[in-house]
Ligand binder design. Structure first.
Ligand code: AMP
Length: 402
C-alpha cells in the first residue's frame, strides 16, 4: 500500500483509540457538569475570521494556516483554534446575556511535526461569554484543572498571570519595549524584529523568553480594576483548593486578550511540548471580529498531548468475547442480548472453529470469554483464574458484580 497518512497526522486506531474514547467521554461528562452545552461548529471558516480573531501578526495566522480558495473563489481556512468561531457563533445566535459552550474536535496548523506537535490535532475547550466576573475565570480554570486531574495525568501545574487591559497595558508595553531595546544584542533577529510590532511576543519566544527573567512584569503595572480582578481570581482558586503558581512570563501577544492568562503544564513531558492547554480572558475579541463589545473567558486543551503524557493505554475495548459452539447465527442473537444489557462484546461472523475463536479472544486480550454451548445450556464464563456456568439472563448481573 503506497498511501500514508499526510505528514503530521495520525491514524488513531485500537487499542490506542480506546484511551482516546475514555478521555473524550470524560470531557463530555466534566464539561456538562459545569453547565457547558455542546457547540459543534464548522471545521473551516472565512479566512478573515481567523485573521481578525486570532490576529494578523500571530504566528498561527502568518505561518500555520491551511488556507485555500473554494470552488466559489472564497478564501477559507481550516480552523486553527476554536475561540474565534465560538464567539462568532454566539454573536450570530442573537442571544443576549451570559452564554456557555463546550467543543471537542480536530484543529489544523501547518507545524513542523514531532511528538505532541501535529498538523491535525484534537482540542477540547469551553468559552464563558458575556460576563466580566472573575468568578467566571475561576470556574473555567477549575473545570480545566479538574478534567485534567480526572484523566489521571500525573504532575500537572497550573500557571496564571494577568496581562492587564487597554487602560494599563500601554504603560507596561512601553516599559517592556524599552527594556528589550536595551538588551537587543542578547536577542535573536526574530525577537528584535518583534520589538516594534508586538513586544509581548518576545516574552513568549522559546529562544529568548527564558533569558528575560529581569524584564518588567505585567503584574507591577496593573491598574486598580485589573489588580482587583486578579486578586479575586486567586482568592476563588484558593477557596476551591486549586493549586496555582504565578508566572509573569505567561502573556498573550494580542490586544483583545485582557487580564487573566493561564496554562496547564504536564511537568513530566518534554519542555517544548509540555503545555497541555491554556486560556484566558478576551474581552476585546467580539469587537475585533465585528460584533458588539462582549467579554469572555475560555480555554483549549490539547488531547494529543494529554494522551502522550498518559502513556500507553491498557484498557481493552471489549468486556468479553463470545465463542459459539453452535455457529455464528446463535452467536449473533446471544451477542445482541448481551449488548442490550450494556456488555461490550464481539464474536466471529465467519463460522470459524472453536479453537480459532479462542485465538481471536486471546489476540484481543479480552478479560472474559463467554462460551455459548446451545439453547437451554448454561453459558461457560471464563476469566483468568475463575470459571462459572450461568444462565444467559444472569450473565449481566455477574458482570456488574465484578
Ligand atoms: P493554543 O490554542 O495554541 O493555546 O493551544 C492549546 C493547546 O492545544 C496547547 O497547550 C496544546 O496542548 C494543544 N496544541 C496546540 N497546537 C498543537 C499541535 N500542533 N499539536 C498538538 N497539540 C497542539
Amino acid at each position: 500500500m503506497s498511501f500514508q497518512p499526510p505528514k503530521g497526522t495520525d491514524d488513531i486506531i485500537a487499542p490506542e483509540s480506546q484511551a482516546w474514547r475514555k478521555t473524550l467521554r470524560l470531557w463530555d461528562d466534566w464539561s456538562e457538569r459545569y453547565g457547558y452545552p455542546l457547540v459543534n461548529l464548522p471545521i473551516f471558516e472565512a479566512t478573515e475570521l481567523f485573521e481578525r480573531g486570532v490576529g494578523e501578526t500571530s504566528e498561527v495566522v502568518i505561518k500555520q494556516m491551511y488556507t485555500f480558495a473554494d470552488q466559489g473563489g472564497r478564501s477559507v481556512s481550516l480552523r486553527p483554534e476554536g475561540t474565534a468561531s465560538v464567539v462568532r457563533a454566539y454573536l450570530n445566535s442573537g442571544h443576549q446575556g451570559v452564554w456557555k459552550g463546550a467543543y471537542s474536535g480536530p484543529f489544523f496548523r501547518y507545524e513542523r511535526p514531532q511528538a505532541g506537535r501535529r498538523r491535525q490535532f484534537w482540542q477540547v475547550g469551553v468559552e464563558y461569554i458575556a460576563t466580566p466576573s472573575p468568578l467566571a475565570d475561576v470556574e473555567v480554570i477549575e473545570l480545566g484543572y479538574r478534567f485534567i486531574t480526572a484523566t489521571e495525568l500525573p504532575d500537572v501545574a497550573l500557571l496564571i498571570n494577568s496581562i492587564g487591559d487597554p487602560v494599563c497595558r500601554p504603560r507596561y508595553v512601553a516599559a517592556l519595549e524599552e527594556y528589550l531595546r536595551e538588551h537587543e544584542s542578547d536577542l535573536s533577529a526574530e525577537s528584535v524584529s518583534l520589538i516594534d510590532r508586538n513586544p509581548l511576543r518576545v516574552l513568549d519566544s522559546k529562544v529568548d523568553g527564558p533569558k528575560l527573567t529581569e524584564a518588567p512584569r505585567t503584574l507591577d503595572y496593573l491598574c486598580e480594576e485589573c489588580a482587583q480582578h486578579f486578586a479575586s481570581v486567586k482568592e476563588g482558586l484558593e477557596s476551591l483548593g486549586v493549586p496555582y503558581k504565578e508566572d509573569s512570563s505567561l502573556v498573550r501577544g494580542l490586544d483583545y486578550y485582557t487580564r487573566t492568562a493561564f496554562e496547564y503544564v504536564a511537568t513530566g513531558l518534554d519542555a517544548a511540548q509540555n503545555a497541555v492547554g491554556g486560556g484566558g480572558r478576551y474581552d476585546g475579541l467580539a469587537e475585533a471580529i465585528g460584533g458588539r463589545p462582549t467579554p469572555g473567558v475560555g480555554f483549549a486543551l490539547g488531547i494529543d498531548r494529554i494522551m502522550l503524557a498518559l502513556g500507553e493505554p491498557q484498557r481493552p475495548h471489549l468486556d468479553a468475547y463470545l465463542v459459539s459452539e453452535t455457529g455464528p447465527e446463535d452467536a449473533l442473537r446471544v451477542a445482541s442480548a448481551l449488548r442490550d444489557e450494556g456488555i461490550r462484546v464481539d464474536f466471529d461472523v465467519d463460522g470459524r472453529s472453536v479453537k480459532a475463536q479462542f485465538r481471536t479472544a486471546s489476540r484481543l486480550q479480552v478479560p472474559v470469554v463467554l462460551v455459548w454451548k446451545g439453547e437451554g445450556q448454561p453459558v461457560d464464563v471464563q476469566t483468568e483464574g475463575e470459571r462459572a456456568m450461568l444462565p444467559l439472563r444472569e450473565v449481566s448481573t455477574w458482570f456488574s458484580s465484578r
